[in-house]
Every structure is written in structure tokens, then in C-alpha cells.
Design a protein around this ligand. Sequence first.
Ligand code: PAP
Length: 354
Amino acid sequence: MPSSSIIKTIPIMAIPNFKLELLKDGEPKRQEGEEVLSYEFQEMLESLPKERGWRTRYLYLFQGFWCQSKEIQAIMSFQKHFKSLQNDVVLATIPKSGTTWLKALTYTVLNRNRFDPVSSTTDHPLLTSNPHDLVPFFEYKLYANGDVPDLSGLATPRTFATHVPFGSLKASIEEPGVKVVYLCRNPFDTFISSWHYINNIKSESMSPVSLEEGFDLYCRGVIGFGPFWEHMLGYWKESLRTPEKVLFLLYEDLKQDVESNLKKLASFLGVPFTEEEEAKGVVHAISDLCSFENLKKLEVNKSSKSIKNFENRHLFRKGEVSDWINYLSPPQVERLSALVDDKLGGSGLAFRYS
Ligand code: PAP
């Protein structure tokens, strides 16, 4: 697989007017979990607004959304190098909205002729691979670490995933026939899921984010790929404008009735279930195979690592609607409700919270 660095790396120590902060021993300053950054990139980074990060020192406001420096590098590489093809499928979410589930469902729907979900009860790829390995993220896998992947050998339809907001994706998916599926989850559960996940995966050197602090950051929009309302609205509006290109799904709807949403998904992707398949129980088998209970108990999801070396088990916590009730105080509920009303009211986008 060819690989090249998108950001020409200038040896930092060789630059005479080196103005970055140095540690006492003269080593260039590293950010938590990050490599030494090129001087050009670091300069660009220094020009961006920044806030306290959740699991790295800072989040930066890049192209109107908050993200970590390594993600910015990968997103820039993706935006520069990725060439979409007709029939590509891109799964988009803000983190903790059900990305893993959407990947499992979409992969199984699109590959059901190769891997029959009814009969492949022991050899389906989902039984031995985490969904993140089957549907790679642009920013965490394909374009991470300066890689420029060779995607020419991928089976079609090529299926990718991203957390970037629509505005930062749209130039890359203009090719006719490219389809985007967005999964949205109510902001209350998304916050609680994010808060748990980040505290589970953060390195020991980072202090935990308290519920109060995380909640305040979240309500100010400061969370990876947030503000959440802009992320949701970007894809929501696009799904109304171009419904043949962007399908907008809700996590709570999937929880309530995954089978009718699977049918919607398959039709949108141009591979509707046939009557014969329905009679054979294919839709039901996909729903079972991708269920929270089934995925959570698989060895690959209990003991392996997929995204950025984080343990898969943290991706399967409770998988419920309304767990926020167990965490948020009445004033917090009031604040977030008012924010959702203010930002999303009138858009037509509405959530179920229980
Ligand atoms: P990511 O954005 O980091 O990939 P993502 O998969 O979107 O994470 O979010 C994980 C949430 O989806 C977890 O929610 P919780 O913290 O409220 O429990 C996880 O439990 C839930 N989840 C994962 N797989 C499934 C599934 N098959 N069905 C329903 N929910 C799921």
C-alpha cells in the first residue's frame, strides 16, 4: 500500500526561529498521544481557537468544528487526496451516536450475497471482526498518520465512515451516485455515552473529565466534531435537500424498530430486500446479527482493539435509550433542553428521549 506524508515534515529542531514551547530537556513539546508535529502544521494549529480537550490537551476549532490536532492532519489529508467513485457509501455520525451499529448493519446489508446472514452463523465476518475494521474511518484509519491509502482494490460499493460535519465532507462526495447515511442520536444520550467513553479510554496522564465539566463543554459545543447541533443540522438539511443522496436515520427509531429501518436503508442503498429474502428471514437475521447483545458478547469485541488502539469493549456499554436519566440533574436537563429547543427548534428534527 503506497504511503506518503501529506504535510512535509520539516525537522523542527533545525529551524532557526523555532518558536514553539520546549520542554526543559530541549525536546519539542508533545501533545498527549501525539507525535511531534511539523513546524508548518504547528503554526497553523497555533492560529486556531482552542479549548480544553476531553482526552488530549486541546481541542481546536478547525473548519468550524472542534477536533484534535491528529484528526486535523488526517482530515486535511483526506480532503486533499480522497477521490469518490460512483456508488461509494459514506456513513456519517457525531461520535457515540451508534456508529458501530450503523457500520455493522450497512456492511451486512451490502455484503449479504457474499455472506448470507441467515446461513453464515459461524463464518460471517462480523463474528470475528469489529465493525470498525470492516468499514474504515477516513480520519482514524485510512488517512491517519499521514497515510495516503491505495483504495483501488476495495470491493464495491466501497464503504467508508467519518465523523466530520457535512460542510467538511461535501466537496469529497460530489460524484453522482455517492450515498451518505447519517445516524443521529438524541443529544442527552450522546453526551452520556461520550462522557463514559472518553473517561474509559483516556490515558492515565490526563485527569478525568467530571460530569459537570464535560456537560458544560458539551453545551458550549466543545466536543469532538461539535457543536452537536451544527453537526446534526448540517446533515439534516442536506437530507431534506437531496434525499436521494443523504439518508437521515435516528438511533431511537432503530432501537424501536430496526427491521423497518433496515428496509429503508437497503432501499436507499439501491439493494432493497426481495420478497424471497424477507420470507427467508434475511432482515430478521441481520437485525439479530448486529444487535447490541450479540456484538457485545463476541470475543473480538471483548478483547481486541480496533480504532486507534482503543479497546473494543468500550464501544458496547449499555446501548439503551434514556440512560441520561441516571446522570443528569434537573438543572442540567433544563439547560440542555433549552439549548436543543433554541438550536434545533423549527428545523423539523425531533428526538425521542425514552
Ligand atoms: P463511535 O462513534 O466511537 O464509533 P458509537 O458506536 O457511535 O461510538 O457509540 C457507542 C454507543 O453505541 C454506545 O452507547 P452507550 O454508551 O449509551 O451504551 C454503545 O453501547 C452503542 N452501541 C454499540 N453497538 C450497538 C448496537 N449494536 N446496538 C445499539 N447500540 C449500540
